[in-house]
Design a protein around this ligand. Structure first.
Ligand SMILES: Cc1cc2nc3c(=O)[nH]c(=O)nc-3n(C[C@H](O)[C@H](O)[C@H](O)COP(=O)(O)OP(=O)(O)OC[C@H]3O[C@@H](n4cnc5c(N)ncnc54)[C@H](O)[C@@H]3O)c2cc1C
Length: 421
């Protein structure tokens, strides 16, 4: 079995791990020089319903990626407005730990290789080709190219290129594998019907903040600093991550320690920022133009089944943001694992796995797919950690923080260790 994965964000890394675990030969192709994609500047895990989804995947025997993240956390079990029992991974150590793990288990990782062409016959991909002319043949393919950028989208639908971690000018912008195969893709909207959504956090150079803020971040992981009324900027409706679109996030500077100081707003004028006590010397680390804007996301999602097979191609699977309006690392990891697993089942002519809707994981995959068929649903974002999906989970009694009960549920649904063999 040979599986070629395009895009080394959290979804691609997780798909690679699972496909390899199932015995496939795996090539993971990444456009830039590092794995984790937007996860290079993320870090928040296990907040609210993400805890349940994380423990479910561990109980299903597919949780090694989560275990590596847990080992690389700077803070665990912290709270910040609207969010409980969160962990924050170290954004410098985690990408290296994941890369080393994937190499150790035998995944072939190709850096600075951007997929730009696909060769399709009889409704199946035969091979893909990168900008440097290398051709990769496979039995099944996984599209985990995400939905962020490229620059033309940030210019057209956002505030221009903000020079973010995606680094389009250096490595070339995102290219959708499903898109180049001729699949008609789906674009997310905001509630006001405008296209795309802006990433919801920036990173400040921690050492540029006051000693009191640094101390709070290092010891507690979180600092909440009220913004003087005349300096408040409200960017909540632009945010991709609606779980943080709470008034506490526009009235306060909410900072989280991921190595840098993660500032929970899409952008904020540097001039105004310097007027807030403690931020007089603040400096943006991501995006570099965080005073002006941020990356735009949720373009080009693939139509797919609940087994994460792309509709319209026999041997293409997808995960992460590519698989719908799913925001977050946890969401990318669980779908990545499922896509990697099902790609191997497809090659072996075995029935594809759909996860029971009596789990948070299965319900999220199916519910988002349904919601995306409606105009209203396309205007929302879905995450285990807040907003519509978390509310939906709570209504269905799928939010659980007792690990024993989560394990019991997974056993009852016949999913115990399903990914382990
Ligand atoms: C600034 C920011 C902060 C965030 N913070 C958090 C957080 O704290 N917690 C959380 O849970 N979520 C957070 N998120 C959301 C989260 O990062 C994403 O929803 C999730 O990680 C998406 O993963 P993905 O693998 O689907 O896509 P991506 O992370 O976008 O990865 C896609 C990968 O594909 C590569 N690629 C694209 N096209 C090609 C091609 N043609 N050939 C080869 N490679 C290609 C890209 O270079 C990239 O590495 C944040 C997002 C942003 C932008």
């Amino acid at each position: 079995m040979k599986i070629i994965i395009t895009g080394g964000g959290w979804a691609g890394c997780s798909a690679a791990y699972m496909a390899r675990k199932q015995g496939a030969e795996v090539v993971l192709i990444e456009r830039t020089d590092s794995l984790l994609g937007t996860g290079l500047v993320g870090g928040i895990m296990r907040n609210n319903g993400r805890f349940t989804a994380t423990e479910e995947l561990i109980a299903m025997g597919g949780g090694e990626i989560f275990k590596i993240i847990d080992q690389n956390c700077r803070h665990t079990n912290i709270s910040f407005p609207g969010h409980e029992h969160a962990s924050l991974y170290d954004i410098a150590k985690t990408p290296v730990a994941i890369t080393n793990y994937l190499l150790e288990i035998g995944v072939e990782v190709k850096f600075i290789e951007r997929v730009v062409k696909a060769h399709v016959t009889d409704g199946a991909i035969q091979s893909i080709e990168t900008a440097s002319g290398n051709v990769y043949e496979g039995d099944a393919f996984i599209d985990t190219t995400g939905t962020a950028g490229p620059m033309k989208n940030c210019i057209k639908y956002g505030n221009g290129c903000a020079m973010c971690i995606i680094r389009c000018p250096s490595y070339g912008g995102r290219v959708s594998l499903a898109g180049i195969c001729g699949i008609s893709e789906i674009t997310g909207k905001k509630a006001d019907d405008s296209i795309g959504a802006m990433s919801g956090s920036c990173k400040l150079y921690k050492e540029s903040l006051s000693p009191e803020i640094i101390e709070a971040l290092n010891t507690k992981g979180v600092a909440v600093i009220p913004i003087p009324k005349e300096l408040i900027e409200n960017h909540l409706s632009a945010k991709a991550c609606q779980q943080y679109a709470l008034k506490e996030f526009s009235e306060n500077m909410v900072l989280l320690d991921t190595g840098h100081a993660k500032l929970m707003t899409p952008f904020y004028s540097l001039e105004k920022l310097h007027k807030i006590p403690g931020f007089e010397n603040a400096r943006y680390e991501d995006p570099y133009a965080g005073g002006k804007g941020n990356s735009m996301r949720f373009f080009d999602m693939a139509p797919r089944t609940n087994a994460l097979q792309v509709i319209g191609l026999k041997n293409l699977f997808c995960a992460g943001e590519k698989a719908g309006l799913l925001v977050g690392h946890t969401e990318a990891i669980v779908t990545g694992v499922l896509a990697g697993y099902n790609a191997t089942r497809h090659i072996s002519n075995m029935p594809l796995l759909e996860i029971s809707r009596k789990t948070a994981f299965g319900e999220a995959v199916a519910y988002v797919n349904e919601e995306m068929q409606t105009k209203e649903g396309l205007g929302k974002k879905y995450t285990f950690s807040g907003s519509v999906l978390f509310e939906h989970m709570k209504k269905l009694n799928l939010y659980e923080t007792d690990v024993n009960r989560i394990q019991e549920n997974i056993k009852n649904e016949g999913l115990w260790n399903v990914f382990a063999c």
